[in-house]
Design a protein. Structure first.
Length: 81
């Protein structure tokens, strides 16, 4: 199982687990998708869980701001956890 972290607007992150994508999102006690203020916060919540790989999906408004079509693939970086 892998951990997928996605940077979203406002400097926050969401995270989920799965084999090829974030199939199961991390949720709060009310069942809502949990927002994190930093990768460190995510690390604390998932401490002790083993993951094959940890991926960071970086969304940037660059293409949109330049009038280019949005790329099909977002920037994905493997993190050294």
């Amino acid at each position: 199982m892998n951990l997928y972290i996605e940077s979203i607007e406002g400097g926050t992150f969401v995270a989920g687990t799965g084999e090829d994508s974030a199939e199961k999102m991390l949720r709060d006690s009310n069942g809502k998708i949990r927002n994190f203020q930093s990768i460190r916060d995510i690390k604390e919540v998932v401490a002790g869980q083993g993951f094959g790989k940890i991926w960071l999906k970086q969304n940037t408004p660059y293409d949109e701001m330049c009038g280019s079509p949005e790329p099909e693939q977002k920037l994905m970086l493997e993190l050294d956890w």
